[in-house]
Design a protein around this ligand. Structure first.
Ligand code: TYM
Length: 332
């Protein structure tokens, strides 16, 4: 049986990359699979979070799922910290994963920066908790943006080693689901950097809650080159900013990049940017509006999260029990 799991960190500034690379894809999967979507607040605290902001941002992730169209009757929406299984399995996986594997994680290197000695131990063990998130449900497929690929390879390595060590096919080998025309949305200010929640410049990203004026202003300022749009996708090579905007247009309109270029070949950015603004406002605006509306009703969002946590626990608890017995924990 196939089961989907994915998560988003409640660290604020949810953006177009989160939406196109992940959240939007969650919606389409719920008709065909059992889906579990988490606000990963335990991952969030691997770097400092103000407690009140963390609470608010956790609701905001849930609101984003709901506003995008995740149906809480069909899918499970919950906060990671509300289900014990994540922390319990993460510890076991900390003892399965090898230090050498974690040393290769590029996201740790990026996030820890130059001052590695001062990074939290949690930030280092982050991918092991992520493996626990997924495997606590024996999930088989994980929809994410491209930047999570390496973490999912580690999840596969952990599952394989656990299965080998204990001589039992306990965990499935997960498949990443990385699809759409915008699996890696880049910063609007620098086409070589991915769009990110932590970029100090607000102009680098379109936030999920941005209205028409913000979107128009940010796209107007977005970095581009001086040439008109090319006729083919090959012509976007070495033009990262142009490739990014065409990719965003393609993802929002549900077309391929080649189709977008058929329509806009030879156009200047002075024409393409306003067209992209209109499209973004049309497709993306209602999601932000609904998210803001949901944030005025925290009791409803909290109720969705509480019911989701109960359903998630009901799936994870027997799996954790099985794992503890396999490991040899007495009185599991
Ligand atoms: P996070 O919170 O950084 O991002 C949430 C999702 O958004 C995707 N994403 C992007 N996609 C395209 N372009 C971008 N610029 C962009 N930026 C972010 C991410 O790939 C992700 O799918 N480690 C995860 C959270 C997590 C998780 C999990 C995911 C924890 N446990 C288990 C899947 C399964 C993260 O930091 O996501």
């Amino acid at each position: 049986m196939s089961r989907i799991f994915s998560g988003v960190q409640p660290t604020g500034n949810l953006h177009l990359g989160n939406y196109l690379g992940a959240i939007r894809n969650f919606v389409g999967l719920q008709d065909d699979y059992e889906c579990i979507y988490c606000a990963v607040n335990m991952h969030a605290i691997t770097v400092w979070q103000e407690p009140n902001e963390l609470r608010n941002n956790t609701r905001e992730v849930a609101a984003a799922y709901l506003a995008a169209g995740v149906d809480p009757e069909k899918s499970i929406i919950f906060a990671q910290s509300a289900v014990h299984a994540h922390a319990e399995l993460a510890w076991i996986f900390n003892c399965v994963a090898r230090i050498g594997w974690l040393n290769r994680m590029t996201q740790f290197k990026e996030k820890a920066g130059k001052n590695r000695e001062n990074a939290s131990l949690g930030l280092y063990a982050y991918p092991s908790l992520m493996a626990a998130d997924i495997l606590a449900y024996k999930a088989t497929h994980v929809p994410v943006g491209e930047d999570q690929k390496q973490h999912l390879e580690l999840t596969r390595d952990i599952a394989q080693k656990f299965n080998n060590d204990f001589g039992k096919e306990v965990f499935p080998i997960v498949e990443p689901l990385i699809f759409g025309e915008a699996t890696r949305v880049m910063s609007l200010r620098d086409g070589s950097k991915k769009m990110s929640k932590s970029d100090p410049s607000d102009y680098s990203r379109i936030a999920l809650t941005d209205g028409r004026d913000d979107i128009a202003r940010k796209l107007k300022k977005a970095r581009t080159d001086a040439d008109p749009l090319p006729e083919t996708v090959d012509g976007l090579e070495d033009r990262p900013e142009a490739a990014n905007l065409v990719g965003i247009y393609a993802a929002l309109s549900g077309q391929s990049k080649a189709d977008v270029l058929k329509e806009y070949a030879g156009s200047q950015f002075s024409v393409f940017k306003p067209a992209l603004t209109d499209l973004a406002v049309e497709k993306f605006g209602p999601v932000g509006e609904e998210m803001k509306r949901l944030m005025t009703d925290p009791a409803y969002v909290d109720d969705v999260l509480a019911k989701g946590a109960e359903r998630a626990s009901a799936i994870a608890n027997p799996i954790i029990k099985e794992v503890k017995e396999i490991v040899g924990f007495l009185g599991a």
